[in-house]
Design a protein around this ligand. Structure first.
Ligand code: SAH
Length: 224
């Protein structure tokens, strides 16, 4: 998979891709992530990429021209499955969407800033708009990092134990059951006996029950 991220603040985005699972996925060649600084696509003085909004009002708007240049140059190189704009008014990201997006080959992620991007960018270039939740960030970069993390860990081969993503919370509309590791007793707190029993069908059944109970208690909406 190839991900091209368009941003005015590449430095805000880089570190999540330089550690842990995302770093390993890139090193293994399972995903390529490229950052494009919007300021490299303007010919205005001071690398200007934003301007005041028509009609007045506070807040700058990212201009269409540099975004057009950047997207057009990317599209000349390859076909993209989606041009995603990170936006608080987009579809709210969830596990099902992440599963679908992880199957794509090439995507562009456009990060907004200030008041967002000129509406004509959304009308003309963007194929999908994604929000990471009902709150407003100051830029699309942190949202793009969240989106990339959730997609990339689903690409086969990225997680060491491939089944581990399948047993995560939300994969079957259930929360994950509780997990424990050594020691089996700590300051009088014991690990549930069944997990130490070695009886795998019984353990599996216990985990299913716990997942069901936890979901009923904490996220009954998932069961509807
Ligand atoms: N004026 C806009 C908000 C702009 S916030 C509005 O009211 O809708 C600046 C940028 O941050 C946006 O262009 C978007 O790229 C990003 N952003 C803010 N909140 C976000 C969210 N919940 N999910 C994804 N991106 C978000």
């Amino acid at each position: 998979m190839r991900i091209d991220i368009i941003t005015v603040l590449p430095e805000l985005l880089k570190s999540p891709f330089e550690a842990s699972i995302l770093k390993r996925a890139i090193e293994k060649g399972l995903v390529e992530v490229h950052f494009h600084n919007l300021r490299d696509y303007t010919d205005k003085s001071y690398n200007q990429v934003d301007d005041y909004q028509f009609g007045g009002g506070a807040g700058m708007v990212l201009m269409i021209e540099p975004i057009d240049r950047c997207i057009t140059s990317l599209k000349a190189e390859r076909q993209y499955d989606e041009i995603i704009y990170m936006s608080p008014d987009g579809e709210t990201l969830n596990q099902k969407m992440a599963n679908g997006l992880s199957l794509l080959k090439n995507i562009v992620i456009l990060c907004g800033h200030y008041k967002g991007v000129d509406q004509r960018v959304r009308d003309r270039f963007v194929t999908r708009e994604i929000s990471i939740g009902d709150y407003v960030l100051s830029g699309g970069e942190l949202g793009a990092a969240v989106l990339c993390d959730t997609i990339i860990r689903l690409i086969p081969g990225v997680l060491n134990n491939e089944t581990s993503a399948l047993t995560d919370t939300f994969q079957d509309n259930l929360l994950a059951p509780p997990v424990y590791t050594r020691p089996s007793e700590y300051k009088g707190m014991k690990v549930p006996e069944v997990l130490l029993s070695g009886n795998f069908p019984k353990i599996e059944k216990w985990r299913e029950e716990q997942a069901q109970k936890r979901t009923e208690k904490m996220r009954p909406d998932l069961l509807e």
